[in-house]
Write a protein that binds this ligand. Structure first.
Ligand code: 5AD
Ligand code: SF4
Length: 490
């Protein structure tokens, strides 16, 4: 998108450069030659399909993979009936892993029908050595595996897989695997292809240092490292110049942004700089850890015309005892006080959360504490999860793992409560006029378009695809459960 290298200017017969990102562009040029060979053989360009299975961080990584695939000549497809399929995996809960194994069987069937099909796996799940062992053993038809730390090497590794595929009958040992345990390297200026032309995620940091005792992320995404503010702001400026009106700043814990920079800066400072960029109308961010949410940030949000009226503030549990065991570094009372401070400063802010049910040692009383916080905070929405035991995390070896049936009952009670509160709150803006960023044509009714308010509420309104990417003043005429109906005013 910006400062990309022209592949035509690269001599693919020379030695590969050592430095990045030049090395990856060299391999992109080599891959492109392979793609041309495919086109000659099949009379068509190859199709690629990047399947995203994780969070916004993963979604952004998928855009980077798609950008490279596009640059080397693949057509993009949403269907796994393609010539290159890559699963960008998540491993935050065990069932995410099981889903991947299930779908790999299906891909194997497709590859048998299309012997020139290449299959890749990447993302968080690949950072787990036991997963990679299992794939080597039982899914040897996979051509390419890499992890989260060396995603920037995608072109180089894909080329390696392409060459192996062209040169030999595929054997077990032919799988291309490169996984790093950790890195402090951040490679800038690689291509990427945004899913939406008018909004984009922007990584501001990678990794996580929090070590919540249930969470596998620090093990699969490594230590926290911040991108330099110049690089971030340059990226946002380029996005704005390219028609983007909304950016979502991404990090596992954005509130601790900047601590490890040569010249440290706070997340609030970064937000203020981003706000000055012309063309950017809305700024979102994800995810905030309650322990690091500063007064400076609340003040910056309050003053801002661009920072959206929404804060995702994961609670995880309402019991101070469980929070301690989770290594969250705040108590129930501190969390409640923080929400109160936030709402006093910004009364119209929407607050959403993540909650885990059934953490080891969670008693009925602990669970009631969670329900109590839910009732007190009145979340606009909440993602609720059943605790999943992740091997290697401290919680996995804690005593008092809770029986499944009990957890399920608590989970159902929590879900019901969360939904009741969210739907009771949902209609509170009916009758008002709100700014809505139109995002897509309505999936059910082609005469409607769908957009989001600053607080992330969804609005359907009459309109056509020409409106996508614009911000309209919309009167909210009716609330239907979790979305509004509206009409453009003026
Ligand atoms: N089990 C269940 N939920 C988890 N999360 C993270 N790790 C686990 C786990 N082991 C949830 C947390 C986090 C969200 C992204 O996923 O609520 O905020
Ligand atoms: Fe899943 Fe965490 Fe990886 Fe996101 S960072 S894809 S939530 S494991």
């Amino acid at each position: 998108m910006y400062q990309e290298i022209d592949l035509d200017k690269i001599d693919i017969h020379a030695e590969p450069p050592i430095e990045e990102p030049a090395r990856q562009y060299y391999f992109m040029a080599k891959c492109r030659k392979w793609v041309k060979g495919f086109e000659q053989k099949h009379g068509r360009l190859p199709k690629s399909c990047v399947v995203n299975m994780g969070c916004q961080m993963n979604a952004r990584d998928s855009e980077k993979l798609t950008g490279i695939l596009r640059k080397i000549g693949y057509c993009q497809s949403d269907s796994e009936e393609a010539d290159f399929v890559i699963y960008n995996t998540c491993t935050v809960r065990e069932n995410a892993n099981n889903k991947v194994y299930g779908r790999l069987g299906y891909l194997n069937g497709m590859q048998k029908k299309n012997p020139d099909m290449l299959i890749g796996l990447c993302g968080c799940m690949m950072q787990e050595p036991s997963v990679v062992e299992k794939i080597k053993e039982s899914y040897s038809f996979v051509n390419l595996i890499f992890g989260t730390h060396n995603l920037f090497q995608f072109a180089e590794l894909l080329f390696c897989a392409m060459e192996k595929h062209s040169s030999a009958q595929k054997k077990k040992a032919d799988m291309t695997i490169e996984i790093w345990e950790d890195t402090d390297q951040i490679v800038e200026n690689l291509p990427n292809k945004r899913k939406y032309f008018f909004k984009s995620g922007v990584n501001i940091m990678f990794g996580c240092n929090n070590f919540c005792s249930y969470c596998i992320v620090p093990y699969v995404r490594g230590r926290e490292r911040s991108r330099r503010p110049e690089e971030i702001l340059r990226e946002i400026e380029a996005l704005a110049a390219d028609g983007v009106v909304e950016v979502m700043l991404l990090g596992q814990n954005v509130n601790s942004y900047g601590k490890n920079l040569e010249t440290p800066m706070t997340f609030a400072q970064l937000l203020r700089e981003a706000e000055n960029i012309d063309g950017i109308e809305r700024i979102r961010f994800m995810t905030s850890h309650p322990k690091d949410l500063s007064d400076e940030l609340i003040e910056t949000m309050k003053q801002s015309k661009k920072i959206c009226r929404h804060l995702h503030l994961p609670l995880q549990s309402g019991s101070s005892k469980i929070l301690k065991k989770m290594n969250r570094n705040y108590t129930k009372e501190q969390y409640l006080a923080l929400v109160e401070k936030l709402r006093n400063a910004i009364p119209d802010i929407a607050v959403t959360t993540d909650i885990i049910v059934g953490f080891p040692g969670e008693t009925e009383e602990d669970f009631e504490e969670t329900m109590d916080v839910v009732r007190k905070v009145q979340y606009d929405s909440a993602f609720t999860f059943i605790y999943s035991k992740r091997t290697g995390t401290p919680a996995a070896s804690m005593e008092d793992q809770i029986p499944e049936e009990l957890v399920k009952k608590r989970f159902d009670r929590l879900l019901k409560e969360v939904q009741q509160i969210a739907s009771a709150k949902a209609g509170r803006y009916t009758g008002s006029v709100q700014k809505v960023l139109i995002e897509q044509v309505n999936e059910q009714d082609a005469h409607l378009v769908t957009g989001r308010m600053s607080n992330n509420s969804i609005v359907h309104l009459p309109g056509t695809k020409e409106r996508i990417g614009t911000i309209a003043d919309v009167r909210l005429t009716e609330c239907r459960g979790f979305y509004y109906l509206g009409e453009v005013v003026g």
